[in-house]
Design a protein around this ligand. Structure first.
Ligand code: ATP
Ligand code: MG
Length: 375
C-alpha cells in the first residue's frame, strides 16, 4: 500500500512514524530539498505543475495532502487519470477558499458568524454599520496563521487588500464576518472513510496568540455539555462535504454558549497534535487509514488530560535539538517533536505534549518544556 502526500511540511513528516508502524509505504512530493518531510520525500517538485504531480501520483495507490493549495486544474487531471484523490477536489475546493467555505457551511445549515462577500469599501462599510461597527476581514485564499485576517472598524480598513484583490480572491471579493465576542476557541477533529465511517476525537480547547495556535488542551475543560453537539456538527460537515481523511472544524464558543464554525481544514491539523501521545489512534495514523479506506482506529484519549504547546520562533538559525540537553533533562515526562526546521521569529518549528491526570501539572510541564526553545 502506497500513500502519496503532496507537500513536504510537518504534517507530512508526522505521517511517517505511523506509516512505518503499519507497514504503509509513504511517498512525499516536497516543494524543496531539505523539507520538513525530507526523510520521506521521494520527489521534489512544483505541486502546481500537472505533469510533475501526475508522475508522482502514478507511483502510489492514493494521493493525499499536507496542505490545501494544489490547484483545481491539477486535481482534475489526477481524477481524469484515475488516481484516487482523498479528500477529493470538491471537498478541497471548500478548504481552498474562505468565501466558498462560508457559502457551503451556510447551505449545510451549520452555525456560522454573520458574513458577507464585499467588493469595495462601501460594501464593507455597510456590513460594519449593520454589525456594531466592527468586523473581521479575510482574504479568501492563501491565508494561514492569522495572515490574511484583520479586524476592521472603518470602511477603508481593507483598502490595500481591495487594491490587490486578484492575488487572494477568486470572485473579486473579500470575506467579512461579524467580530465574534467568543468565550474561547475550540476544535473538533473527525476522520472519515470514503464511504462514510466517521471517528471523532474529543472536543479540544485551542488558545491562539497573535492569530496563531499556541496551546491545545484535550479534552476541552468544562465542555461536557458541548461534546455531543460538536461531534454531530463535525460529522455532518464531513458527510455533507464528502470529506475523506481528517477534517478539523475550528469553532468559537459564543457568548451565549453555542458553537459557531470558524473555519475548516481537510488534513491533520495543529489542534490534533496532542493525539500522537494522547489518543489510542493519532490523527496522522487515522488520516492514513481513512484515505486508504481501512477500518478506523479508536480515537479515545489515553490520558485524562493532554496539553500540547507549540514551539514558535526561537533564536534564528537554531533548531530544537540544539536545546535538547537542558530541555530533556528538565522535562523527562514531556514528549518533544521537532519539525527539522531552522528557527525564525513566529515560525512553528515543533511542539511538545504532556499528558497526565492533573491538568494544571500537565500544562505547566508542557509550558516549561516549550520555554526552553524560546529565546
Ligand atoms: N469572525 C471572527 N471573530 C472574532 N475572531 C476571529 C474571527 N475570525 C477569526 N478570528 C480570530 O482570528 C484567528 C485566525 O482566523 P482564521 O482561523 O480564519 O485564520 P487562518 O489564518 O486561516 O488560521 P490558521 O491559523 O488556522 O491557519 C482565529 O483563530 C480567531 O482567533
Ligand atoms: Mg484558523
Amino acid at each position: 500500500m502506497r500513500v502519496g502526500v503532496i507537500g513536504g511540511g510537518q504534517l507530512a513528516r508526522m505521517m511517517v512514524p505511523p506509516a512505518i508502524e503499519l507497514g504503509i509505504e509513504l511517498r512525499v512530493l516536497a516543494e524543496i530539498e531539505g523539507s520538513s518531510a525530507a526523510i520521506a520525500a521521494t520527489a521534489v517538485g512544483d505541486y502546481r505543475d500537472a505533469a510533475t504531480v501526475l508522475a508522482f501520483a502514478r507511483e502510489v495507490d492514493v494521493v493525499t495532502f499536507d496542505h490545501e493549495h494544489v490547484p483545481q486544474p491539477v486535481l482534475a487531471e489526477l481524477i481524469a487519470a484515475g488516481v484516487p484523490v482523498r479528500p477529493g477536489p470538491e471537498a478541497l475546493a471548500v478548504a481552498q477558499d474562505k468565501l466558498h467555505m462560508r457559502e457551503r457551511l451556510t447551505a449545510l445549515g451549520a452555525p456560522v458568524p454573520a458574513w458577507a462577500a464585499v467588493h469595495d469599501a462601501s460594501e464593507l462599510g455597510a456590513f460594519l454599520a449593520a454589525h456594531g461597527g466592527a468586523g473581521v476581514v479575510k482574504t479568501p485564499r492563501g491565508g494561514y496563521d492569522g495572515k490574511g485576517v484583520r479586524v476592521v472598524r472603518a470602511a477603508d480598513g481593507a483598502d490595500d487588500w481591495f487594491a490587490s484583490i486578484d492575488e487572494h480572491a477568486s470572485g473579486g471579493a473579500l470575506l467579512v464576518e461579524e467580530l465574534v465576542g467568543f468565550r474561547r476557541e475550540l476544535a473538533q477533529l473527525v476522520a472519515r472513510r470514503p464511504f462514510g465511517d466517521v471517528a471523532a476525537w474529543p472536543l479540544v480547547e485551542t488558545i491562539q496568540r497573535d492569530g496563531v495556535c499556541a496551546e491545545v488542551v484535550a479534552p476541552a475543560p468544562g465542555a461536557d455539555g458541548l461534546m455531543d453537539d460538536a461531534r454531530e456538527l463535525a460529522t455532518s460537515i464531513a458527510t455533507g462535504l464528502d470529506v475523506t481523511g481528517v477534517l478539523a472544524v475550528e469553532l468559537f464558543e459564543a457568548a451565549d454558549g453555542g458553537l459557531l464554525v470558524n473555519e475548516l481544514a481537510m488534513r491533520p491539523h495543529n489542534t490534533g497534535h496532542w493525539s500522537i501521545e494522547g489518543a489510542v489512534t493519532s490523527q496522522f495514523e487515522q488520516h492514513l487509514r481513512a484515505v486508504l479506506d481501512l477500518p478506523l482506529g479508536d480515537p479515545s484519549p489515553r490520558a485524562a488530560w493532554s496539553v500540547m504547546v507549540n514551539v514558535l520562533g526561537g533564536p534564528a538559525g537554531e533548531t530544537m535539538p540544539d536545546r535538547y540537553p537542558g530541555a530533556l533533562a528538565h522535562e523527562p515526562g514531556v514528549k518533544f517533536h521537532s519539525y527539522g526546521k531552522e528557527s525564525r521569529p513566529g515560525r512553528k518549528v515543533g511542539h511538545v505534549t504532556a499528558t497526565g491526570d492533573d491538568l494544571d501539572d500537565a500544562r505547566s510541564r508542557a509550558r516549561a518544556a516549550a520555554g526552553f526553545f524560546q529565546n
